[in-house]
Design a protein around this ligand. Structure first.
Ligand SMILES: [Zn+2]
Length: 508
């Protein structure tokens, strides 16, 4: 049986979830749903990153212990994901005992393998990144991501011998051309490796809020090291419930482009150092841009974007859950940067959802009511729509399989468009009741049935609603994709619900 293990990054608990987090998580969710629909054994992991200086500072500012602060803020992410119908199988918190156990086992292994040593570290530090920069990588003394002045720091640290993996990483990249997609991002990581790798400090003594280093209790692991290992915690690395062999060869990390260095260079090297194969695939996504700036809490704090206006939960109240999911999946190709705007959502909603999909379902139900006494006819075996449907199913599956929900949905909307055109061409509303009108409507109903299956990973509730409206029983996902999308399964003979509009038009 095929397996699919997909992860989002774990999100920092020092702020509320925003649309950037939702973008990543909705894409991961749709991919997980796609693989479940294909019968793959699937595991979908998300969670929260709860250690480090920023979290400790935020907790103090709010008069709380770090864990109490993390409890509160971690829950906000789970609430947001509930609101967005995110079907994660596991939600990890890095403060859980299972994570402490895995992190200590994993890094002890790296230590025993001789890749961790002690030295003094001096560097330019960004508190927001919780990371050091070199003179070259800094932007005139400022953090290249946060544009804040860097602080000169010096401390005695444990170091990871990243430099020992330069050749091994290059060999790995050469042998696995699709390790990182899209390839523009793969090239970015590869040239970083080719530029030469320096050892990196992986512990801190200045911070207490972290996972203790098992062989040196004066140190805690630097938050990034502990965080990356979460992907192994969830599959039981080093513990009794160890399922690493089962899941790791089928692992996919979905990440934003700002964390390429951590996931595509450090992390595979750390895995190699522990004697483990790296994650099998990293899919990088771009940034959502509002008014040309990255949608992040840092930018918001500087006043250019009001995140309170674009919290995911608020959007679902305004537009509905599935329309927001659709917009996040459809508007931007994974890997590119994308625009995010209210106007953009409204346009997608009115055009794709209200005019194309909603109207298709509504007009077919209306003509069935007026010409067939409300009883659904069955499809014609050799309909011209049959070819269109088969082509859409093929193309959509191909898109989903290469991590492109956008391509999957584009193909689906192609079928919706052709079905609408088919209705326009035959104009069953002008026909006399009889066999001809039944053939046209039966074909359209079969196409709608297939559309419901095709949109299920993206819009699970709408898919089910359409399934019910055309009078089908059970869940749209009860059978596998390949079976469900075969032409000619719509039987007819039952009543069709007209119902309220699926997508009432929004004011522009
Ligand atoms: Zn920074």
């Amino acid at each position: 049986m095929a397996r699919f293990y997909i992860t989002t990054p774990i999100f920092y608990v020092n702020d509320a979830p925003h649309v950037g987090h939702a973008y990543c998580t909705v894409n991961a969710d749709a991919m997980a749903r796609w693989h479940r629909l294909n019968g793959d054994e699937t595991k979908f992991l998300t969670g929260t990153d709860e250690h480090g200086q920023k979290v400790a500072e935020a907790a103090e500012k709010n008069g709380l212990e770090p864990l109490a602060w993390a409890d509160q803020t971690s829950k906000r992410f789970r609430d947001a994901w509930d609101a967005l119908d995110i079907s994660y199988d596991d939600f990890i918190r890095t403060t859980e005992p299972r994570h402490y156990e895995t992190v200590q086992k994993f890094l002890t292994k790296v230590y025993e393998n001789g890749y961790i040593y002690k030295d003094v570290y001096r560097g330019l530090y960004c508190v927001s990144c919780e990371d050091y920069y070199t003179e070259e990588s800094a932007d005139a003394g400022k953090c290249p991501i946060h544009a804040k002045p860097l602080t000169e720091m010096e401390e005695e640290n444990w170091f990871f011998k990243l430099s020992a993996f330069e050749d091994k990483l290059r060999e790995y990249y050469d042998a696995h051309p699709d390790f990182v997609t899209p390839h523009t991002k793969r090239n970015e990581a590869y040239s970083f490796i080719k530029g030469g790798l320096k050892d990196i400090s992986i512990t801190r003594t200045s911070i207490k809020w972290g996972i203790p280093v098992p062989w040196d209790d004066q140190h805690v692991f630097y938050v990034w090291y502990d965080a990356l290992i979460n992907y192994l915690t969830a599959i039981g690395y080093g513990r009794e419930d160890d399922e690493v062999e089962k899941w790791w060869p089928h692992s996919h990390h979905l990440i934003g482009k700002e964390i390429i260095r951590f996931h595509c260079v450090w992390w595979p090297a750390m895995c190699m150092a522990a004697g483990l194969e790296p994650v099998s695939h990293v899919q990088v996504h771009g940034w959502l841009l509002v008014g040309g700036q990255k949608l992040s809490k840092t930018m918001a704090a500087e006043g250019s974007v009001r995140l309170a206006d674009i919290a995911p939960v608020q959007l679902t109240t305004e537009f509905g859950v599935d329309p927001i999911r659709y917009y996040l999946l459809r508007e931007t190709s994974l890997g590119n940067d994308g625009d995010f705007s209210h106007e953009g959502i409204t346009a997608r909603y009115n055009t794709d959802l209200a005019n194309n999909l909603g109207n298709l379902v509504a007009r077919v139900a209306a003509v069935v009511t007026s010409k067939c006494e409300g009883v659904a006819p069955s499809p014609y075996v050799n309909s011209t729509l049959r070819e269109s449907a088969a082509e859409a199913v093929r193309t959509a599956a191909e898109g989903w399989n290469r991590f492109s929900p956008q391509a999957g949905l584009e193909a689906t909307w192609g079928l919706i468009g052709e079905t609408n055109a088919y209705l326009e061409n035959h104009a069953p509303w002008k026909m006399e009741p009889g066999e001809e009108v039944e053939i046209v409507l039966g074909d359209a109903l079969e196409a709608i049935r297939i559309v419901a299956v095709l949109i299920a990973p993206a819009m699970p509730s709408v898919a089910q609603e359409i399934w019910n409206r055309i009078g089908l029983s059970g869940q749209v996902t009860d059978e596998l994709f390949a079976e469900r999308t075969k032409w000619g399964q719509f039987r007819g003979g039952h009543r069709i619900e007209k119902g309220q509009p699926l997508f009432p038009r929004m004011a522009d």
